[in-house]
Design a protein around this ligand. Structure first.
Ligand SMILES: *[C@@H]1O[C@H](CO)[C@@H](O)[C@H](O)[C@H]1NC(C)=O
Ligand SMILES: *[C@@H]1O[C@H](CO)[C@@H](O)[C@H](O)[C@H]1NC(C)=O
Ligand SMILES: *[C@@H]1O[C@H](CO)[C@@H](O)[C@H](O)[C@H]1NC(C)=O
Length: 364
């Protein structure tokens, strides 16, 4: 009896020790590889977040993708892979990427808790770049276009686009076309009903002209603004189906968002005030996001040559990011009569929008 119990005690002692050693070496190996991959993904994230944004026109996202492709800090791999379209979902790592789920101390990829949903040519790029100065904000640089063009790729694909975040950091993205996408409110609601939505809105007439100018720079052969704006010029009949004009009917689009989200989850940034008083608008955005007011007037300076406030950049990060387009891109001369007619067209919609949001944007 004594022999058997002694032997089995010895046996279990040895096997326990062996098991312990084995487990330990396994853990060390695992830890080593995890740390290695996390370190890599961390590095990439920093390159990505800290990369240069040389946007001559912060109100023009087409120029953004252009400049991004030629930015030195940009990952070479991405540069070759990225097709030259605005909509491309960059920074996507494939599903087989072992770095995908890095759950050590360096953070995890999360679905966004806040999205800048619009509007095109409103100043969304400027807002996002200013927000990225905040240490508690991590954002995708490009427009993922998930809820309009890439929805079938699924939420895992979407999550993979996001930068890793630490505890307490907010994940964000911006895609201005969401605001005018019919399915977007429902889809975003089904992902996260408590999400925070930000809209940068601007006088719909100047927005339309800016929108047209951007298209014109890419396709110089398109008809004049006046031709596109009217169904019948003699009758003064506005063509509200032209996207450059339709986007500016904010009240119409907002209505579909209000069917899914309470106003308390939405924040409206005045595109005009963002340029005149960036720190003031940023304070409100940070309050809305529950962030400490870290981005303040200390982060902006007025560039007299550009005529716009610009973000103070960290050393070595290339061209300044400014909150307005440089005087380089000239708007085509639109007949004053046409502009007057457009103001008249938008007025009732603007009034409705002020009423819905409880904010007067003073576009009249
Ligand atoms: C990462 O995690 C998500 C959710 O936990 C999972 O669906 C996905 O398959 C994981 N990806 C990898 C590469 O492990
Ligand atoms: C515009 O309306 C006027 C007056 O009804 C009409 O004579 C003209 O043919 C219309 N023009 C176009 C392009 O439809
Ligand atoms: C202001 O903007 C101009 C034009 O983009 C640029 O050349 C200049 O370096 C900027 N000045 C400062 C102080 O950033």
């Amino acid at each position: 009896m004594a022999f058997w119990s002694g032997a089995s005690a010895l046996g279990s002692k040895v096997s326990r020790r062996l098991l312990f050693m084995f487990t330990l070496s396994l853990s060390v190996t695992y830890l080593f590889y995890s740390l290695m991959s996390c370190y890599n993904s961390l590095q990439e994230n920093y390159v990505f977040q800290g990369r240069l944004v040389t946007e001559e026109a912060t109100l023009g996202s087409s120029h953004f993708s252009q400049s991004e492709r030629t930015t030195p800090g940009f990952r070479a791999e991405e540069r070759t892979r990225a097709p030259p379209t605005e909509a491309r979902p960059d920074f996507s790592t494939t599903d087989s990427d072992p770095r995908a789920n890095c759950t050590l101390d360096y953070g995890v990829k999360k679905l966004p808790q806040a999205i800048i949903i619009g509007v095109k040519k409103g100043g969304t790029r400027a807002l996002l770049e200013a927000l990225r100065v905040h240490p508690d904000v991590r954002a995708v640089g490009n427009e993922p276009h998930f809820f309009d063009r890439n929805y079938e790729k699924g939420l895992d694909w979407y999550r993979e686009l996001m930068p890793s975040t630490l505890e307490g950091q907010i994940t964000m993205e911006k895609t201005p076309s969401y605001f005018v996408t019919n399915h977007a409110p429902k889809r975003i609601h089904s992902m996260a009903r408590d999400i925070k939505l930000i809209m940068v809105v601007r006088n719909p007439v100047t927005r339309a002209i800016s929108d047209y100018t951007q298209t014109l720079s890419k396709r110089p052969e398109i008809p004049t603004f006046e031709v596109l704006a009217f169904k019948n010029r003699t009758l003064g009949l506005i063509d509200a189906s032209w996207s450059a004009l339709r986007i500016g009917i904010y009240a119409l689009h907002l209505e579909s968002w209000m069917q899914y989200f309470p106003l308390s989850q939405m924040h409206f940034v005045s595109g005009e005030r963002l340029i005149v008083d960036p720190a003031g608008e940023m304070a409100k955005v940070q309050d809305f996001l529950g962030l400490k007011r870290i981005v303040t007037d200390k982060h902006f300076y007025f560039n007299k040559t550009k005529g716009f406030p610009c973000l103070k950049k960290p050393e070595d990060s290339g061209a300044p990011r400014c909150l307005g387009k440089s005087k380089g891109r000239t708007h085509p001369q639109i007949e004053p009569e046409v502009i007057r007619r457009l103001h008249k067209f938008y007025k009732p919609f603007n009034m409705m929008f002020y009423q819905m949001t409880g904010q007067n944007f003073e576009w009249e």
